[in-house]
Design a binder for this molecule. Sequence first.
Ligand code: ADP
Ligand code: MG
Length: 339
Amino acid sequence: MKKKLLFAALALLLAAVVGLIGYDALTGRTQTTDFFAMDTTVSVRLTGCVKPETAEQIKAMVRHLDTDLLSRTSEGSEIAAVNRAHGGTVGEQTAAWLQTLKELEEISGHAFTADLGALTGLWGIGTENERVPDRDEIQAALAHTKKWSINGRTVTVENGAALDLGAVGKGIACDEINAIVRQTKAKKVIAAVGGSVLLYAKNPKETFRVGIRDPRGEANDYAAVLTVGSCCISTSGSYERVFTAPDGKTYHHIFDPSNGFPAQSGLLSVTVLCDSGLLSDALSTACFVLGCEKSEELLKAYDAKAVFITEENKIITAGDLAGRLEITADQYTLVEESQ
Ligand code: ADP
Ligand code: MG
């Protein structure tokens, strides 16, 4: 009888150990999915006890966001439909994003402008029609910006204006990926949608080391490394989607809505961190337009932090990032802003 009991206890212990090992093996597993959507590469790393279907769900969701809701060039999307019809009713999700953006437009003094479509279409940067328009054309296009409104789910886009959510689609995708993974047993998630990244760790003490691209280097060169907890991070830089005109001058794709030209605010890039992907993406674009000093208030209004890389090779932090940024390329000097 004693022997039987001992054997049962041993069996139980063994089962517990095996169970534990099995559990650890599952939770420690990392799945990686890479695909192309929103005109960029999407790369998702899921660690933990996550079903393979989750990666498929994420892929389908990002494609849905692009094709059915946000892309102005996808005929069937909600944004394309309101642009075509000069307005209309959008779904609840799209309406909520647009309301957030309307507020951000106002707070940023229109450094972020959601209906720059007439202007971005005119320059065509990143498309086969890219060119430097003349000043009259730019003025004419500018007259068709800041001409949209939203009331509940009803959007109005004046004739000639067009919503262009190119500056925020990737951040929205990060938020939606975040919503999906939080319903799973994922322990850690890193999802990069072009220049917007979702970092999620179930354990609030866990940190990530994130490289900030060297704007003067190649795609895999870093200027600095940030150590952060769960958040969304977006970078806007003048090195992305650059077009060299026949006169040898280069033009980038982030426009200053006050003059219709690529923004020249003394920055090479700006990286914004906050809880929301939509906001980090919209703010990185707005801060690039505003430049370092004028961004301060805007960042405070959204409780966001930022890292600016200037044309003078200074790396300036905003918000409390003290001790969390390490410069990894010799040519840059760190300037920590106290706030
Ligand atoms: P990326 O698309 O490289 O991640 P951004 O998030 O900064 O970079 O978005 C740039 C895109 O946003 C442009 O291609 C254009 O469609 C749009 N855009 C450019 N300037 C502005 C602006 N001032 N406000 C809102 N959208 C903008
Ligand atoms: Mg952006």
